[in-house]
Design a protein around this ligand. Structure first.
Ligand code: LMR
Length: 397
């Protein structure tokens, strides 16, 4: 039966974590996977999460099935976070939200749903993008094409290229956009550029799908939500996948959501009914625990404040590490200008390191990064940053 099964390549991100775990060197550093670590090198358990979890556990709720689309307190908290508590779209019943298994699960449910609309159009992803985007949409049956995004020379966004690409796509192309903290480059477009992208999506009849996995990691909850807010004002129908993996440090709980903006309450009812069929035939209904924690935090003024403070702490520490790395690279004798690391936002930096240089870092220093040169700045700390800067300086020399 399995005689002809080929060995699949390792996942470029989690495969690297497997190699890191197997590495016996005590001072190894994992800059591969997108996970935030504290200065002590630990994945944090947020105080807001601990408090909410204590309350959830104390309730000793039975674990029956929850609705196919997830619990209402969770879904409405997600909507308020993404669209703003005073959003007219929410009031008018034009937002459909379903709890999904992390941002990845939300992307897949959204992809399956769009596929069932039989629009016969491709999905466009940024070049480059998060490794899994292509896989998710191809698995859902899409032809996946790319739009220009990153300019290797400026290490910023090639916006003219992006515009040209978007304008070339046929009607009903699903355009996957990173709402903030672009993964893997850390290069985001400006508010004015978002307005232009929205105009193109509208004029060309494209289907915007915003992937929002890092809300709060660039500037703050409200500021990082700007793309969603602008699309909300545009009058278009669009999709948002969101995740609490990073912002709540709840990676393993798989807490995410898919939100779909429709044209009317009636449309929402029909869209939700179809979305439930997609979910039911995939994993039936979502798990209880992670969403209960997220809802308990977001629906309590006290815990929400605590969470936002902790999120700010994570954000500030990442910024300090970006600053530190730029300084230490210069101090280690690196001649190239690495100031771009401080301009990039979120967990990642597209460092410009080549695959060969990345391989040397792994072999010679036990420093793991993606072969594309993406490094997770959120894994740097005051104990490993000197080692990392010196090693990078050496492979660049
Ligand atoms: C990453 O890009 O490293 C994270 O989003 C983790 C993942 O699922 O790949």
């Amino acid at each position: 039966l399995f005689a002809s099964v080929q060995l699949a390549p390792k996942d470029p991100i989690f495969g690297l974590t497997e190699a890191y775990v197997a590495d016996q060197r005590p001072d190894k550093v994992n800059l591969g996977v997108g996970v935030y670590y504290t200065d002590e090198g630990k994945v944090p358990l947020l105080k807001a999460v601990i408090k909410a979890e204590e309350a959830v556990v104390a309730k000793q709720s039975p674990r029956s099935y929850i609705p196919i689309e997830g619990p209402n307190p969770y879904n409405s908290a997600v909507q308020n976070l993404l669209f703003g508590a005073d959003s007219a779209l929410i009031k008018d019943g034009r937002v459909v939200t379903a709890e999904c298994l992390g941002g990845t699960g939300a992307l897949r449910v959204g992809a399956d749903f769009i596929k069932r609309l039989n629009l016969n159009a491709p999905c466009a992803i940024s070049n480059p993008t998060w490794e899994n985007h292509r896989g998710i949409f191809e698995s859902a049956g899409f032809e996946v094409v790319e739009y220009a995004y990153f300019d290797g020379k400026t290490r910023g966004v090639d916006f003219d290229g992006m515009v040209k690409s978007l304008e070339s796509f046929p009607k009903n192309t699903t355009v996957l956009l990173h709402a903030c903290c672009h993964n893997p480059t850390g290069a985001d477009i400006t508010e004015a550029q978002w307005r232009q992208v929205i105009d193109i999506c509208k004029n060309k009849g494209l289907i915007p799908f915003l992937d929002m996995a890092y809300q709060g990691f660039a500037s703050g909850i409200e500021q990082d939500g700007i793309a969603v807010r602008l699309f909300a004002q545009s009058g278009m129908s669009f999709f948002v996948s969101s995740s609490f993996s990073k912002s709540f440090s709840l990676y393993g709980e798989r807490v995410g959501a898919l939100s779909i903006v429709t044209q009317s309450k009636d449309e929402s009812t029909r869209v939700l009914s179809q979305l439930k069929r997609v979910i039911r035939t995939n994993y039936s209904n979502p798990p209880t625990h992670g969403a209960a924690i997220a809802a308990a935090v977001l629906n309590s003024a006290e815990l929400r404040k605590l969470w936002e403070d902790e999120l700010a702490e994570m954000r500030d520490r990442i910024k300090a590490m970006r600053h530190g790395l730029v300084e230490k690279l210069a101090a280690a004798g690196v001649k190239q200008d690495f100031a771009f690391i401080e301009q990039q936002r979120g967990m990642f930096s597209y460092s410009g390191l080549t695959a060969e240089q990345v391989e040397r870092l792994q072999k010679e220093d036990g420093i793991y990064a993606l072969s594309t040169g993406r490094i997770c700045v959120a894994a740097l700390n005051t104990k490993n940053i000197d080692k990392v800067a010196k090693a990078i300086a050496r492979v660049l020399a």
